[in-house]
Design a protein around this ligand. Structure first.
Ligand SMILES: Cc1ncc(C[n+]2csc(CCO)c2C)c(N)n1
Length: 235
């Protein structure tokens, strides 16, 4: 008997956010990294904002391990937690060092309103929702960055050696990152297999929302959208 190939849930998710991800790739901040023309000051700003973003984001993997119902899934979340705190944040730490930014300065960056809204959205879902909801929130971040990394590499690899952001491009287009994103994609498909449409729609919404936050994050970086009212330290 011929089997009917049904669409994977992650294919549907991808199709849904393609216009948003395309805007992310074409964003002038991302293209500036690809061409190597992004101002150093803006990249420093990115390093600081992204570092505190990653501290919060890492917690999602810890919550994922807590919510997992098998040792295999727990192990994989602990790998993701480890890889983010070490491999990914090392890329930021080593760029920061070469830019004269100390680790303390990185850690003490004050998250902008968009940064805070993005991580708080994911952490709220992670604490109050199902494991599938948690994965639908954290997936665009890992998957879209991998897409961006691969496309930047393929479009700009000829000029890569003179690009100051080459290590960033190499890290996010690497097979190591690809493997993490692929595992999360596979987990999303497993967790949603034969699930009712009512549940799938909720996941689709989280996926769209966090994909939009990815766009807002690039915009926030480009425009350095800080809090409107500065407060003095009350000492
Ligand atoms: C705003 C923002 N979005 C996505 C990433 C990329 N990223 C964060 S965690 C992870 C997966 C495993 O480390 C990836 C690819 C980032 N750095 N900053």
């Amino acid at each position: 008997m011929e089997s009917i190939q049904t669409e994977r849930f992650t294919d549907r998710l991808y199709r849904n956010v393609e216009p948003i991800w395309s805007k992310n790739f074409h964003h002038s901040f991302v293209q500036g990294i690809g061409r190597g023309t992004l101002e150093r000051e803006l990249f420093s700003y990115y390093l600081k904002q992204d570092y505190v973003y990653l501290i919060e984001y890492s917690k999602l993997f810890a919550i994922g391990a807590q919510k997992a119902t098998s040792i295999e899934v727990m192990k994989q979340f602990s790998v993701l937690l480890h890889e983010t705190l070490h491999f990914e944040m090392d890329v930021h730490r080593s760029y920061a060092k070469s830019f004269g930014i100390s680790e303390e300065e990185l850690e003490q960056s004050e998250p902008t309103p968009i940064n805070l809204a993005y991580t708080n959205y994911m952490l709220n879902v992670a604490h109050n929702g199902t494991l599938a909801e948690l994965v639908s929130c954290l997936l665009p971040c890992a998957w879209d960055y991998w897409e961006i990394g691969k496309k930047l590499y393929s479009n700009y690899h000829n000029e890569l050696e003179t690009n100051p952001y080459k290590n960033w491009i190499k890290a996010y287009s690497s097979d190591e990152f690809g493997a993490l994103a692929k595992w999360l994609i596979q987990l999303m498909d497993e967790l949603t297999f034969e699930k009712p449409e009512r549940e799938l729609t909720i996941l689709e919404n989280h996926f769209q929302t966090t994909s939009r936050f990815e766009f807002l994050f690039w915009e926030m970086l480009l425009n350095q959208e800080e809090w409107p009212l500065q407060v003095q330290n009350m000492v």
